[in-house]
Design a protein around this ligand. Structure first.
Ligand code: CP3
Length: 343
């Protein structure tokens, strides 16, 4: 493993100042070059499964901004898709799936899971060969709970009521679904690592809607299982967990799942984030809307994070994905401010 990928150093607990920097959803619709490739690709899933085009869009933000890390271009919903579920992305409506039933959950399996995902592994191989040596390559998957919310509701919702109700009403089927997703997600991450990913991130975007017992059962345990399976094969590859909205549960989440780094959303108080740095690296946590607004809202937000967290292991990032309406000039201003920061 090259020594010059500073994000890896930070994930091993070392502080770097200025910190390494990348953005969640850095390849996306705020970039005109992404919109152009996206048009050529046809459907969103065609883009995810075409290594030529997926490499092209993954590289776009690296070529423009020179981020320290590159995240594979794909989506968390390729896992249910590769398991044979119907997944579509419609302009302006987000993902649409056929809601899964109890008998379908109990029969859920695919003998061609990795065959279906081979184009994603090919994208990772080509990216590692193409990226600058100092750029960390991040692979990823969705956490079982977050992926399950889409499989059950068939679309995004704000409070995940369909999945919560299903989990309480059909506990055995729901546990089975989490187990199938955890096993396949772990195998998926292992294949990405073997194709060249230096780090993997587990996105649990909807972990903030659960009560205590459900958070433990639906978020912590399945992610701990993924971490266990990945570590059994690749003990040294850092794993970042991003349980968005986990609030007061962030600390125990790291302890119980065993993730190396913690992705923190923008609602995590900086003092609390500083405490979290005692047990390892944190990644975040600029409010993406400060980046949309720009100006003082942006520079104050960046400065507060660097001041509070810059002395410990920090990966500078947004607290959630960049939004399509973000002006490119604001991203440039943020990169400049982080890169030129002095202590
Ligand atoms: O640059 C990167 O970050 C890598 C690519 C990436 C995408 N999705 C591309 C994408 C990653 C890491 C994801 C993760 C993802 N996908 C999550 C977890 C992180 C989060 O944002 O909470 C979730 C919940 C999904 C599911 C998903 N995919 C939704 C809800 C949507 C629609 C919302 C939207 O922004 O349109 C998508 C579509 C999607 N995934 C787009 C991109 C660039 C936009 C679709 C398009 O270009 O047509």
């Amino acid at each position: 493993m090259p020594q010059n990928r500073i994000m890896l150093d930070v994930l091993r607990g070392k502080a770097h100042f200025p910190p390494p920097l990348w953005m969640m959803r850095q390849a996306g619709r705020y970039l005109p070059e992404y919109r152009e490739t996206r048009r050529r690709a046809g459907s969103f899933l065609d883009l995810c499964y075409d290594p030529d085009l997926a490499v092209e869009v993954t590289m776009q933000p690296i070529e423009r901004f020179g981020f320290d890390a590159s995240i594979l271009f794909s989506d968390i919903l390729v896992v249910p898709h590769a398991l044979g579920r119907d997944v579509r992305f419609e302009e302006g409506r987000g993902p649409l799936l056929t809601p899964i039933t109890v008998p379908e959950i109990l029969a859920l399996e695919s003998k061609v899971f990795h065959v279906n995902l081979e184009p994603v592994y090919e994208t990772v191989r080509r990216l590692r060969a193409k990226l600058p040596d100092e750029t960390t390559l991040i692979g990823f998957c969705g956490a079982p709970w977050t992926v399950a919310t889409y499989m059950i509701a068939g679309h995004g919702t704000s409070d995940q009521a369909p999945a919560r109700l299903f989990a309480y009403s059909e506990p055995a089927a729901f546990q089975h679904l989490l187990k199938v997703l955890a096993d396949h997600s772990a195998a998926y991450l292992i294949h990405q690592i073997e194709a060249g990913a230096d780090v993997v991130q587990i996105f649990d975007s909807w972990s903030g809607v659960l009560d205590d017992a459900s958070f433990e059962q639906f978020c912590v345990q399945p992610v701990a299982e993924i971490v266990r399976q990945v570590r059994a094969v690749h003990p040294d590859v850092p794993i970042i967990g991003f349980p968005k909205g986990a609030g007061a549960r962030y600390q125990t989440y790291r302890q119980k799942t065993g993730v190396t780094g913690l992705g923190i959303d923008w609602t995590v108080p900086l003092e609390a984030a500083k405490d979290l740095q005692r047990s390892g690296a944190v990644q975040g946590n600029l409010d993406p809307l400060r980046l949309v607004a720009g100006g003082k809202a942006l520079s104050d937000g960046v400065e507060a994070i660097l001041k509070a967290l810059g002395g410990g292991p920090l990966i500078f990032n947004l607290g959630h994905g960049i939004t399509p309406e973000t002006p490119i000039a604001h991203v440039e201003a943020m990169v400049k401010q982080v890169r030129s920061a002095t202590r």
